[in-house]
Design a protein around this ligand. Structure first.
Ligand SMILES: Nc1ncnc2c1ncn2[C@@H]1O[C@H](COP(=O)(O)OP(=O)(O)OP(=O)(O)O)[C@@H](O)[C@H]1O
Ligand SMILES: [Mg+2]
Length: 227
């Protein structure tokens, strides 16, 4: 469904992704792990077209992704929840959900079914939400564009432990709904519990890959790359 081959990409003259390859099948949940600054967010940004791609190929559902204009990538089925969440502060919850919506199976009723809290807060402005609510809203907004894949960048970042558990429950429900997921996470153990397959990044490339069982049973990998 998504195949990235030998990507070299970065910002300005700086190269961050250094020979990075990854592939995902339809319906698969893939965890992308690694320490701070190894290039996880940059990989998602590259898929969305927000870095300078120097070399390599990206294929998305049989198409050359580089040929899909950046503004058309959401419509092409790529959903992205950035690390900064980027909830619109001066729009209400409901406006945040509908402003970038595209026709599909996810409408307001479905989102409120998944996140009852957002229904309660639907008249609140984006800047009147807790961190957990903002994360739900960012995921809900991505779903409203009817994505075939969701690129989730550290959804649990900065959240209280009880909310982190809630976020992982949401991730499980997205998985059950058949959504293909590429999940960037610092909580490696939790990510490996929901993932079908995992990649560990180091210095802009993939250092290790395998099933969650393979990675969990490799203490050396866990110690060296995940801490
Ligand atoms: N907009 C940018 N301009 C220049 N350099 C950047 C930019 N964004 C990230 N970088 C650099 O690219 C490298 C990889 O950053 P990236 O954000 O992709 O890492 P990450 O694995 O997502 O880290 P974290 O776990 O802290 O989110 C870092 O050295 C960072 O300083
Ligand atoms: Mg990041």
């Amino acid at each position: 469904m998504l195949t990235l081959e030998s990507l070299f990409a970065g910002y300005g003259d700086a190269t961050v992704l250094d020979d990075c390859s990854l592939s995902m099948r339809d319906g698969e949940s893939v965890a992308l792990l690694g320490r701070n600054g190894v290039g996880k967010s940059s990989l998602l940004l590259t898929i969305m077209g927000h870095t300078r791609l120097r070399a390599g190929s990206m294929r998305w559902r049989g198409q050359d992704l580089a040929q899909i204009p950046v503004h058309a990538r959401a419509r092409a089925g790529l959903g992205w929840v950035p690390q900064e969440r980027e909830v619109f502060p001066s729009l209400t919850v409901e406006e945040n959900l509908t402003v970038t919506a595209l026709p599909g199976k996810w409408n307001l009723a479905a989102i409120y079914g998944l996140f009852p809290r957002l229904r309660e807060r639907r008249k609140n402005f984006g800047n009147q939400l807790s961190g957990g609510e903002q994360q739900m809203l960012a995921i809900g907004r991505a779903l409203m564009a009817d994505p075939k894949i969701i690129l989730l960048d550290e959804p649990s970042m900065g959240l209280a432990p009880v909310i982190v558990l809630e976020v992982f429950n949401i991730i499980r429900r997205l998985k059950e709904a058949g959504i293909t997921l590429l999940l960037v996470e610092q909580f490696a153990k939790s990510a490996l519990e929901v993932a079908d397959y995992a990649y560990v990044m180091e210095h802009g490339g993939i250092a290790v890959e395998g099933t969650p069982d393979e990675l969990n049973n490799n203490e050396k990998v866990l110690a060296a790359y995940l801490g």
